[in-house]
Every structure is written in C-alpha cells, then in structure tokens.
Design a protein around this ligand. Structure first.
Ligand SMILES: Cc1cc2nc3c(=O)[nH]c(=O)nc-3n(C[C@H](O)[C@H](O)[C@H](O)COP(=O)(O)OP(=O)(O)OC[C@H]3O[C@@H](n4cnc5c(N)ncnc54)[C@H](O)[C@@H]3O)c2cc1C
Length: 411
C-alpha cells in the first residue's frame, strides 16, 4: 500500500470513534477503525443515553466544593473516592476545583453548549432512516423533592439563562401530569423540551459505524511509527497499519497513547454505574433526572436504566456493585410499583478532564495526528460535532465551530 492510498486510522470504536469515522468517510477517506473489543462496548455501552442541545453545565461549578464533604461521608451519595487512590487523583481533583471558579465555569459552559447544540441534527444525518428507532426527542425532566431553590440551583439557572436556555418550571401537579409513574413526592421540576435520548447507546455506536462503511479491525493499538512531524503507521498487537493520519479516540486509554506522542494530559477516570431492569413494571414517558441523588432514569428499548454516580478509583479495582444497588434503592422510592427483579449491573470509565471539555485537535508538533477524547459525562451529546471538527482539521479547513476551547494542549 502506498502512502497516498493509506487509510485514516481511528483508534477506538466508542461513540467518539464512530462519529469521527463517519465524518471522515463522508469526505471520501478510506477509514480503518481499530478496537480489540466489540464496538460500543466501552463507556459508550452503559451510559444514560441522554443527548441535550446545550442545556448541560460543566461538572465543576462555583461553590460545589462545599458539597463534597457531605457527598463523601454519605455512603448512598453520588460521589465516592477510594482512599488509596487519592494521592494519584489529587492533582486532578485540585484542578477540578480550580476550573469551577465562576469566570472559568461560565466559559466552559458556553464551550459545551457550542459543541452540543447541533447534536440531534448531526445524528439524524448520520443515521438516516435508522434514526427513527434509535433517537427519541421527548424532552428531559428534572425533579426535586425539596420545593426551595438552593444557591447552587439559582446559579445553575443563571448560567443556563446566560446561554439562552430557559427550561420550563414545573410544580408538583405539572410533574405528575407529564410523568404519572413518579411517586407524588416531587415538589419542583424543570422540563428541557428539546432534549432527547437514544434507546440503545451500544446500538447507536454500531449503527453509525456500519453506516460509515469504515473497516473495523479487532486489534489493540500499541504504538506509532513516526517520521519527522508525521505518523506513518500504527503498530497493533497483530500488524503495522500504514496510515495517512491517525485519530486517537480511545476513551480513557487515550491518555497513554497521547503520552507516547509527547502530549501529557490530566485525563482521569470517573467511574459510573448503571442498574437496568428488563421488566420494570412501570413505564416512563420521558427520561427523568433525580435532582437530589443526581442520577437519570432512561426508558430504553431493552429495559429501564438507572445511571449515574461518580467513583474516583482509577481503572484497576473491581467494580463496587453497591454503587449500582444504591441507584436501585433510590429508584424504588422514585417509582412505586417498580419491579426490581433480575437487574443487570454495569460499570464504565468516563474519560474526564477537570474542565468537562474534551480534547479535540492536532497533537502538538504532528501534522496528521488528532486527539478526540475526554468527553467525560457528555460523550453522547458531544461526539457528533467532534467528528465534524476532526474532518475539518484533516481537510485543512478552518472548522465552522472554533475548536480553540478544546485544544488538547490547553492544560
Ligand atoms: C453512568 C454513565 C452515564 C452516562 N450518561 C451519559 C449521558 O446520558 N449522556 C452523555 O452524553 N454521556 C453520558 N455518559 C458519558 C459517555 O458515556 C462517555 O462520554 C462516552 O461513552 C465516551 O466515549 P468514548 O468513545 O470516548 O469512549 P469508549 O466508549 O470507552 O470507547 C473507547 C474505545 O477505545 C477502545 N480502546 C482503548 N484502548 C485501545 C487501544 N489501545 N487500541 C484500540 N482500541 C482501544 C476501547 O476498547 C473502547 O471501545 C455517561 C457515562 C457513564 C459512565
């Protein structure tokens, strides 16, 4: 194979890799996607499936640090740290707090919105007629048992208003009218009408990948062959694949691959869990976020999924399934009549930067190596535009959406 006919290689077949492969193939590139695992079986498998049109805020917000001690001391709370891992995570956690200052959080919020806002339209283009079974634009309901607004709630609303996002405020009656399956304990709600979800995140990845026409190779990328400022080939456990360029979209594993090319990034793993009920006995019309316990209930094609929680523990320790069971116990309170028989449990690694923004752009000093990783809590929403920016950069075009906030070397 000559250099001219060498393919673009995408490392990683999660939602990010699939969207990058699609956007590159749509421009006429031959694309090879490398992943030793089944496409869509990483973090992109078990998430809550929500896509939103820019309504979401960064995870680190002003004043949030005040809540951290309460969360950490509550065994049923949304955040857990495995203490032996703390020394390794400390620099990331400190940076996370720093990124939560008002001026920075507002900037990150706007950068998230720019990347998310077009996601539904781009998904529809990628999926064509198959969008109908995979995407539901139902709106997204957030509910709280407490009627009053906390300082954090007020701040979140102000930051949304700053972006032109004005969710519909609901009282107890309006919540029940939208979602009768909920227990009558919720006093306050917000409805985000434009948001939606995928009925099956893994099938979403696999469908995009199939429709892209990219070749998928079940191999593990181990390293790169570099000549001057270009990557000439990707070395795998089975072969050396010559390439016209490479996109690193390997989720949390991207940190070590990027480090091989000289880019060191504060990419940390935020472990998240889900519990899924194949026969829940209740039906949700819309996805519901539980404001107090910060998890989402999503009605998927294969059952009702409760997803959320953050555990800082690195990748090595086995899952702590109590985290998934906590979600189920909150779910029982939320939905009377819920049948919690035969739940399945899952844990995944969110690839997260402290500022909640992904890394999208050229690796420093390399003309044909592009980063597309670190989508943290929002990979379903952020991936379609990530693919578009990557295709623009490969084509040498100035991207329509300014990629500066997502520069891989911004830290
Ligand atoms: C509980 C939970 C709920 C979530 N809910 C939402 C939500 O509602 N909405 C939303 O937008 N986001 C959500 N997310 C976040 C979202 O799931 C992630 O941002 C997204 O899946 C990250 O996608 P990815 O492609 O970067 O990573 P992955 O899906 O992990 O894909 C990376 C792929 O790279 C492969 N790989 C790794 N190393 C190599 C190598 N050396 N060679 C080849 N391949 C390699 C892996 O096998 C894997 O398949 C949630 C996450 C969790 C954990």
């Amino acid at each position: 194979m000559t250099a001219q006919t060498a393919p673009m290689v995408v490392i990683g077949a999660g939602i990010v890799g699939a969207c990058c492969a699609f956007a590159l193939a749509a421009e006429g590139h031959d694309v090879v996607v490398i992943d030793e695992n089944e496409p869509g079986s990483g973090c992109s498998y078990g998430n809550a499936g929500q896509f939103n049109l820019g309504t979401t805020l960064p995870i680190a917000l002003p004043g949030m640090w005040r809540q951290v001690p309460k969360w950490l001391t509550d065994p049923r709370g949304p955040l857990a740290v495995r203490w032996p891992y703390l020394p390794r995570a400390a620099p990331w956690l400190l940076r996370w707090l720093w990124e939560g200052r008002m001026e920075r959080a507002s900037r990150h919020s706007r950068a998230l919105q720019a990347l998310m806002a077009p996601c539904h339209d781009v998904y529809r283009t990628m999926l064509g007629p198959e969008a109908a079974g995979l995407l539901v634009q139902s709106g997204h309901l957030h509910v709280w048992e407490r009627a009053h607004l906390t300082a954090g709630d007020r701040l979140a609303l102000a930051m949304m208003a700053d972006k032109g996002v004005h969710p519909q405020a609901l009282d107890a009656g309006a919540i029940r009218a939208i979602e009768p399956a909920l227990a009558p304990i919720y006093q306050r709600g917000l409805l985000f009408p434009g948001n939606g979800f995928t009925t099956n995140p893994a099938r979403l990845v696999q469908t995009i990948l199939r429709r892209s026409g990219a070749a998928v190779r079940a191999e593990r990328a181990l390293g790169f062959e570099r000549q001057d400022n270009e990557i000439k080939a990707v070395r795998t456990n089975a072969d050396t694949i010559r390439c016209a360029g490479v996109v690193i979209a390997a989720g949390h594993a991207s940190r070590d691959l990027a480090a091989q090319l000289g880019l060191r990034v504060p990419l940390e793993v935020e472990r998240g869990y889900h519990a899924m009920l194949p026969d829940p006995g209740v039906r949700l019309r819309v996805p519901v976020s539980n404001g107090e316990h910060t998890f989402v209930a999503t009605p998927m094609e294969h059952g009702l999924r409760f997803a959320g929680t953050v555990e800082i523990a690195g990748t090595a320790p086995p899952p702590d399934w109590r985290r998934a069971d906590i979600l189920l116990s909150h779910a029982r309170r939320m939905l009377p009549g819920l049948n919690t028989d035969t739940p399945s449990r899952w844990m995944g690694f969110r690839p997260s930067f402290p500022d909640s923004l992904p890394a999208i752009g050229h690796l420093p000093g390399l003309a044909n190596a592009i980063a597309a990783f670190g989508h943290g809590h929002y990979g379903i929403s952020l991936s379609p535009m990530t693919g578009q920016i990557v295709a623009d950069l490969v084509a040498g075009r100035v991207p329509e959406l300014d990629p500066l906030p997502y520069r891989p070397d911004r830290f």
